[in-house]
Ligand binder design. Structure first.
Ligand code: HEM
Length: 441
């Protein structure tokens, strides 16, 4: 059996300071210097094995168990996204699965499009220049709130959007800012968090009660959740659990999608050949302003642009697991209880799999450019038991946003400062890119 090379840092500290300063750079260096399996020294916190080759990714994601997400659970409740692997997670997953069925998503499309059009009309039409990250957050929060509650009930959607936007920022600060005042201190942010979580939970709880009383035929997430309750009280969601699940979907599905689309549009605007490919296809397949699921299905470029953006900048850029049994990776047997980490950012650039890995090239994902690649060389949505539930929804939002923007606006980068990837809840571009947008009359 081989031995695993160790990437060490200073005694006690290990690589922790580098992990906090530039984790993505640290992982890339670990792969460059030590190869496909490396032990990362985390000082007094022990060590973790990083697996970069698709075979190691497979072993990690198929054999590992997701570790407890204590802080997220404490902040946001016990929904699917914050649940560790186990029976309770499995029960939740089975109850939620039907929400993301292809037919339901197709039914949701007109509703999503209306939310998006509303945002574009209010915030893009006369803007001249837009802050892409802020606008993608606005659009994805609006689409998520409407997809959850629909557009016809009594829910105060404006307040729900505002509180959700705040919560996303608060969770981000909690997870990724090094020095934080304790949560029990009455700082303005901590007070606002308590108010915000109370408000948003109350909004969801009211909508749950209302939905159950009135029933609803819009294909919303909430109606889907109410319908998937089943009749067995041992299995079905309680009202309290339903609130947790909605919150869980909100948090899992907005920042990730918003950041992915910020990158996608930034990359599109800075790579004219991709823009030309998109517009050419739209001219032949999408005459006029119609945008239906059937029309969308004929377009290949919008999806390819999102797929390539999340290859280069996967919002969930690293995933952690722990093994309950010994596991063999790259000819090395790691003992039970090993801590493992995989990084989509690194594996999506693996030189044995990807040609010109740093190049933004959506053609890789078009039928004409498709190449055979190992299954676990690309996992922006994770893989195995915990694979993202909302991946189809995220892709649908992306396709809608890219296509609609290309129908309605000419877009060009505003300012030329280079952006780099900064890990937060997702992998955000900094400084935030801006676009010049000119409505097509
Ligand atoms: C580009 C957008 C998105 C990305 C990159 C993304 C990525 C991921 C990844 C990597 C995981 C696996 C986490 C792990 O293995 O621990 C995951 C799980 C999950 N995602 Fe997403 N996601 C996105 C959008 C969404 C959306 C839109 C929703 C909901 C509408 C959603 C709901 C979930 C849920 C509920 C889980 C937990 C699944 C489980 O643990 O069983 N995600 N996501």
């Amino acid at each position: 059996m081989n031995r695993v090379p160790r990437f060490s840092g200073p005694p006690l500290l290990g690589l922790n300071h580098r992990f906090l300063r530039d984790p993505v750079g640290m992982f890339m260096e670990a792969h460059r210097r030590y190869g496909d399996l490396v032990e990362l020294d985390l000082g007094i916190s022990g060590s973790v094995y990083a697996a970069f080759h698709p075979d190691g990714v497979k072993q990690t994601l198929l054999r590992g168990r997701r570790v407890h997400r204590a802080l997220l659970r404490e902040l946001l409740g016990k929904g699917l996204f914050t649940s560790p692997s186990g029976d309770d997670w499995l029960r939740r997953r089975r109850l939620i699965q039907p929400l993301f069925h292809e037919d339901r998503l197709a039914e949701l499309t007109p509703l999503l499009l209306r939310s998006l059009d509303e945002v574009l009309e209010r915030h893009w039409l006369n803007a001249g220049t837009v802050d892409l990250a802020a606008e993608m957050k606005r659009a994805t929060v609006a689409m998520m709130v409407d997809a959850t509650f629909g557009r016809h009930g009594d829910v105060d959607r404006a307040v729900a959007r505002e509180e959700l936007s705040f919560l996303l920022r608060y969770v981000d600060d909690r997870l990724f800012t090094f020095v934080q005042p304790p949560r029990s201190w009455p700082t303005p942010d901590n007070r606002r968090y308590r108010r915000s979580i109370r408000t948003i939970r109350a909004i969801i709880a009211d909508a749950v009660r209302d939905g159950r009383r009135r029933g609803g035929d819009e294909p919303t997430f909430l109606n889907g959740l109410l319908a998937s309750r089943g009749s067995d009280p041992e299995v079905r969601f309680s009202d309290e659990e339903l609130v947790d699940e909605v919150l869980s979907i909100f948090i899992a599905g907005t920042e990730t999608t918003g950041t992915a689309l910020t990158w996608a549009l930034h990359l599109l605007a800075t790579h004219p050949a991709a823009g030309e490919g998109l517009l050419k296809e739209m001219a032949s397949e999408l005459p006029g302003d119609t945008l239906t699921p059937a029309v969308l299905a004929r377009l290949t470029w919008p999806k390819a642009i999102v797929q390539e953006a999340v290859r280069l900048y996967p919002p969930a850029w690293a995933l952690r697991r722990v093994t309950d049994d010994p596991v063999e990776i790259g000819g090395v047997r790691l003992p039970a209880g090993s801590r493992l980490i995989v990084s989509a950012y690194v594996t999506h650039r693996h030189p044995q799999v990807w040609s010109e890995p740093e190049r933004f090239d959506p053609v890789r994902w078009l039928p004409a450019g498709a190449a055979e690649r190992p299954r676990f060389s690309y996992f922006p949505f994770g893989a195995g038991a915990h694979q993202c539930m909302g991946n189809m929804f995220a892709l649908l939002e992306g396709e809608l946003i890219i296509t609609r923007l290309a129908q309605r606006f000419r877009m060009a980068p505003f300012g030329r400062s280079p952006v780099r990837a900064r890990p937060t809840i997702a992998l955000a571009p900094v400084p935030g890119p801006h676009l010049e947008v000119i409505p097509i009359s």
